[in-house]
Design a protein around this ligand. Structure first.
Ligand code: ZN
Length: 1002
């Protein structure tokens, strides 16, 4: 049985790490020593010093690591750490005789002088020629050559400083150099220094000493990775001492490796078998290797033994760095380990226009990125930490992936040494030429080959950051990009997740129907828009809540109460009412937990403020001839659903036969629409609406249009065998012209109500069509029932109407009016109930508007009541509207509904994107017929400002605009996919490295 441990728990647990004295929340402190007292390697929480038994600084703070625990450095070592000191070198260039003497050595210092020729061959030596510990010697510099003077300490305990006199010239010199003896040396071995984070920087030198330890017999300097040193041994030695030097003010750690690759390298990865055995990397599949952390790894689990940890970077690159091209990629210096997955990326700043200033990625963002990939966002139980490590096949059996970003900033906190740096690749990416409007960056697939050094391909991934928000990255990409606004660390991790194989619905076989549900409750991952900006969510491990289906979801005991973290997300992120004790969840937001055994229909993967996209499936794009820049109108007559579009001096329409409802989502439309028709005798240039009424025992559609000159006209549309028949358009007898779109709705008594906004003074005017009279029976200016004052309307928007039937409230008709009541600046939408008996409009306190100040609209709001017996209120009012924006191309489609929030308040709100924030429209309408429609239907004119850019004005029909699709929304395991994708995507750009990666699972 699987452990029932919440995937995401311990909201306070990370905080417990901040102060070691803080015991943290009592219930969550059991995990305090999960990872050897793991703290995030970021900010003040990081610990770069090693644990007892370890030495120096390690790349990943308090975690076990490749280089830890080998400070003893016995002579038989193939790899170990030493702290280097500086043995000064002075180059003599003046020909002739030089007398060299050391004076004023510091106490305990015991200097030795060597003079080498340019090839490193010793030509002079002295230890104590000037008396005491002081050396003195005389040497000739032949014309045309130079001589190198080395001042080293006689032993590790004899370091210090002194003055070197060259005749009358005085030099301050450091007397240093660390002595390291190795045994069993073979000709062909390479002795190499490897730079470590926070360790000895600058130029490294290795001096090979004679058998008696006195004379220098060989010298290597600055020829390793990024000025480290490699000494190639040309002869065997049972024992030999080396003096190791780095230009440093104090002892600074460096890794020493003895690479026996020239002698035996079974996997041909450039690291010898003995070295690999010593550091715990594989040279053959049939091995079990043990790292210096004491953790064993079965090499059968490595897809390619040349890359033990399977991150796409060969063991050689991670142990020694990449010296192909300049500057070198000093991967170990920047935190690489061959026993733990590492991801290196260059993060450039991309301009969208010439001379734009684009900030580098911030320190906070780089740390956040590192914490998300490092699996440090939530505290893991020991069992989950082990499970995550196992899924990643990290040989050190630690969870997470270490990220190392070249952002062009040098860290000031040593804890950040491996998290980010200025490693030579950062640059500004120029904008497209010529500049575009609106401004955009050059595409990623153009940017990265042009702006990253070719030698970094297959070593570094590439990322772009720009001024702005959002991001756009193809699933399985080499590069990714994210704007630098909002929470750019999360955004960049999200986009890199796409690059690493994760769509918004998580990894899984490609849905044959193209479905990629966003905001899945049961998928707590930053890939999911509901969680992207949560500071408590990283990548999902697929555990916890497993699956939900909006077509039937149980509220009673919905989530095991053990999943406290999940319940907390449902409460805090999705704003569901939850019962933590019983695990009940009010999925349909009606304020009631449906009893056991009862399933409800609910758009579970949505939330206030959401961008959840599940409304988009099975959509149609109507014909080009229907192109419109204001609201279309929906109406059903018989078994046909019509879309009407106002055109210049004409009415256009398309219809579709009701039939299969395709409950399961797909990108394939589930309706077909007959070609558009035009009615050029009906001028509806200014807008159109439709409502169904019954005339002489037959259903008809009443259609009202506003003509180009603002007059309001109507036509009756009847069904016939030959298609719809329209009565001759006639004037609606009201003494007003309209300057906006008309609103028409069937009243509870069967009559139809029309509301328009007067052209001249923006006053609202209503009229009633009575089917019994087959005509308009009265009209009046709209007035407030209490004050009797006339109602005026925003000139940016048009009024909307809706008929509802809430429990206890009865059939009612409401207006959605964008008032000017508080002055010209206030366009907030009010809900007003029509009082037919008093012929006035009353405020509707029974259904208050949530956050009214944010409910500002353009165009005509579309509102529909959808009855549902499983909703305590008897049904739900949906309102779809365009958010006000002064640019007509930039009006987002928003959705609100009647709901009971988690505090028990019933209102019209839960404002969220109808699809996502990049979907913009010119106008919208909605429809629902009980008994016929299973889902809310919406038609809207899409805006050219939609991203990706859409064909502006085309009408899109959404058959499932309420997000209720029959579809199993599963939890998914991000780590299992990232493991594969990070290797495959990296190696896709480096054929020469030719590391084999795990196969794509699908
Ligand atoms: Zn995304």
């Amino acid at each position: 049985m699987r452990s029932l441990v919440p995937t995401l728990l311990a909201l306070g647990a990370v905080a417990a790490c901040m102060n070691p004295d803080d015991p943290g929340p009592a219930t969550e402190d059991t995990s305090a020593d999960l990872l050897g007292g793991a703290c995030p390697l970021s900010g003040p929480n990081a610990r770069l010093t090693c644990q007892p038994g370890q030495c120096g600084r390690v790349p990943d703070g308090c975690r076990g690591d490749l280089w830890c625990g080998d400070c003893a450095c016995p002579a038989s070592s193939m790899s170990c750490e030493r702290s280097l000191t500086w043995a000064s070198e002075i180059t003599l260039v003046t020909p002739g005789w030089h007398t060299l003497e050391i004076i004023n050595p510091t106490s305990n210092a015991d200097p030795v002088l060597h003079v080498l020729d340019a090839n490193g061959t010793e030509v002079a030596y002295d230890d104590n020629g000037a008396g005491g510990v002081r050396p003195r010697l005389t040497v000739q510099v032949p014309t045309g050559t130079t001589r190198i003077v080395v001042v080293r300490a006689k032993s590790d305990a004899a370091a210090g400083s002194a003055t070197l006199l060259d005749g009358t010239t005085a030099y301050s010199v450091s007397i240093g150099g660390i002595h390291q003896t190795f045994t069993g040396l073979r000709a062909g071995e390479d002795l190499e220094t490897v730079k470590l984070p926070g360790g000895a920087s600058g130029v490294h030198t290795i001096y090979a000493m004679s058998g008696d330890g006195e004379h220098i017999v060989a010298r290597a300097q600055g020829n390793g990775t990024l000025d480290a040193a490699v000494l190639h041994l040309t002869s065997a030695a049972a024992s030999q001492t080396f003096v190791l030097s780095a230009i440093t003010s104090g002892p600074a750690p460096t890794q020493l490796i003895r690479n026996d690759a020239a002698l035996h390298d079974r996997d041909l990865d450039g690291l010898g078998d003995e070295l690999e055995a010593a550091i715990g990397t594989c040279s053959a599949a049939d091995q079990v290797v043990t790292g210096k952390d004491g953790v064993a790894f079965d090499c059968h689990r490595a897809t390619d033994v040349r890359d033990t940890d399977g991150d796409g970077l060969s063991d050689l690159l991670e142990v020694r760095g990449d010296r192909a091209g300049y500057p070198h990629s000093a991967l170990p210096l920047w935190g690489a380990s061959p026993r733990h997955k590492d991801l290196f990326a260059e993060v450039d700043s991309a301009q969208r226009m010439t001379n734009e200033i684009v900030d580098k990625m911030t320190i906070e963002s780089a740390r956040r990125f590192s914490d998300i990939y490092g699996d440090r966002v939530s505290m893991l139980t020991p069992a989950l930490a082990a499970a995550h490590a196992d899924e990643l096949v990290n040989p050190d059996h630690q969870p997470g992936i270490r990220t190392h970003l070249d952002i062009g900033r040098s860290p000031t906190d040593p804890a950040d040494a491996t998290v980010f740096g200025d490693w030579g690749g950062y640059s500004t990416v120029p904008p497209p030429m010529p500049n575009t409007n609106p401004p955009v960056t050059v595409p990623l697939d153009v940017a990265w080959p042009a702006n990253m050094a070719t030698t970094r391909r297959g070593v570094f991934r590439y990322a772009m950051s720009w001024n702005g928000g959002g991001g756009s990255t193809g699933v399985r990409s080499y590069a990714w990009g994210a704007g630098n606004q909002g929470s750019p660390g999360n955004a960049s991790a999200h986009e890199s997740g796409h690059a690493n194989g994760l769509p918004h619905s998580g990894p899984g076989p490609v849905d044959p129907n193209g479905v990629d549900p966003n905001c899945k409750v049961a998928y707590p991952s930053i890939m999911n828009y509901a969680y992207t900006y949560s500071d408590k969510v990283g990548f999902s491990d697929g555990q916890g809540l497993r699956s939900l289906d909006n077509a039937g979801v149980v509220e009673w005991n919905a989530v095991s109460p053990e999943y406290t973290g999940m319940l907390r997300f449902l409460d805090e992120v999705f704003e569901y009412r939850v019962d933590y004790t019983q695990g009940h969840v009010d999925w349909n937001r009606d304020g009631v937990f449906a009893p056991p055994g009862q399933a409800v229909r609910a758009y579970t993967n949505s939330h206030p403020g959401g961008e959840c996209e599940f409304t988009r499936y099975n959509a149609n794009l109507l014909d080009e001839e229907m192109r419109v820049y204001k609201s279309p109108a929906l109406g059903r007559l018989g078994s046909r659903l019509y879309v009407f579009a106002p055109g210049t001096n004409m009415l256009r329409y398309q219809s579709s036969l009701d039939g299969a409802d395709c409950p399961q989502p797909s990108t394939t439309p589930c309706r077909s629409w007959i070609p558009p028709r035009k009615l050029s005798t009906f001028d509806v240039t200014g807008g159109v609406d439709a409502a169904r009424v019954r005339v002489n025992g037959s259903d008809v559609l009443l259609i009202v249009g506003v003509a180009a000159d603002g007059t309001v006209n109507y036509s009756i549309m009847r069904d016939s065998k030959l298609g719809p028949l329209f009565s001759t358009p006639a004037w609606v007898p009201i003494l007003a012209r309209s300057s906006g779109e008309p609103a028409l709705e069937t009243m509870p008594d069967g009559r139809a109500l029309l509301v328009i906004r007067e052209r001249d003074d923006h006053m609202l005017v209503w009229a009633i069509f009575d089917p019994a009279a087959n005509g308009w029976v009265r009209w009046a200016p709209a007035a407030d029932c209490t004050t009797g004052n006339a109602l005026y309307h925003s000139n940016f928007a048009s009024p909307g109407l809706v008929r509802t039937n809430f429990v206890g409230n009865g059939p009612q008709i409401y207006g959605l009016f964008s008032n000017l009541a508080d002055g010209n600046s206030d366009f907030r939408v009010n809900l007003r109930r029509f009082d037919a008996s008093k012929a006035c409009w009353t405020d509707a306190p029974e259904l208050p508007v949530q956050n009214p100040s944010s409910f500002q609209i353009a165009g005509r709001p579309a509102a529909v009541f959808v009855p549902d017996n499983n909703i305590a209120q008897g049904g739900r009012l949906y309102v779809v509207s365009l958010a006000s924006h002064y640019l007509a191309d930039q009006r987002q489609l928003r959705q609100r509904w009647s709901y009971v929030d988690k505090n028990g308040t019933w209102w019209l709100g839960a404002d969220e994107s109808l699809d996502n924030e990049w979907l913009k429209g010119y106008g919208v309408d909605a429809w629902f017929d009980p008994g016929i429609d299973k889902n809310l239907r919406v038609a809207f004119a899409q805006s050219a400002g939609t991203a990706p850019a859409e064909d502006g004005g085309r009408v899109r029909f959404l058959p499932k605009a309420d997000g209720i699709n029959a579809y199993a929304q599963e939890n998914r395991d991000d780590w299992a996919m990232i493991r594969i994708a990070m290797c495959r995507m990296l190696t896709s750009q480096n054929a020469s490295q030719a590391i084999s990666c795990p196969a794509w699972p699908y």
